[in-house]
Design a protein around this ligand. Sequence first.
Ligand SMILES: *[C@@H]1O[C@H](CO)[C@@H](O)[C@H](O)[C@H]1NC(C)=O
Length: 228
Amino acid sequence: MPDSNTTDFTNPSTFLLLGIPGLEAAHVWISIPFCAMYAIAILGNFTILFIVKSEPSLHGPMYYFLCMLAVTDLVLSTSILPKTLSIFWFNSGEIDFNACLTQLYFIYCFSWMESGIFVAMAFDRYVAICNPLRYSTILTNPVVAKMGLAVVLRGGMLILPYPLLARQWPYCKTNIIPHSYCEHIAVVKLACADIRISSYYSLSVGFFFLVCMSFLSSCPLSRPSGLS
Ligand SMILES: *[C@@H]1O[C@H](CO)[C@@H](O)[C@H](O)[C@H]1NC(C)=O
């Protein structure tokens, strides 16, 4: 809602995504590998879900995490690829403002969830290898569910400020986003306001991501000494 001191400009109701700027002529060709990979990803991930569901011997923590990963992959690729392909094929880069923020939220949120699921899967294998006798008492179904919930909440909460901050900025410059999806900084850059909070927040989240990943990959847990 524009209030009295922001009436000198109007927020755009839609944004325009450009696809890959400078490569417009090649869009159709670029779309071929993208479309093929998307089809394979959909097929492969649904196959995983189907096999785990129909095979009772696969009803264990490791496969539950694998299913979570498959679902995350499906959501992630489905929130990017259909729009990107329609830009490549039909030049339909127009996207509603709220749809853009929703896409932005899904992309970042599910990328975070994916990384969280990798951590959970690593923990699962760590316990299975280093503590095999207690595996079934440590990774019970409620524990798996709680880990899944923690992963979802972490991604959901951490990214929530992205669209909330982005939607309160006034937009007046242009509504053209030179990307094939609504990338966070590309969107908030279009605002005619001081967007430092958005930038700093996304920088800290990115930094946190890096620090988390490098710590986890170098921590002693990943090199169980009991194995040698
Ligand atoms: C699941 O989807 C992701 C991309 O979203 C893809 O990288 C991965 O290969 C897919 N898995 C299978 C088994 O096809």
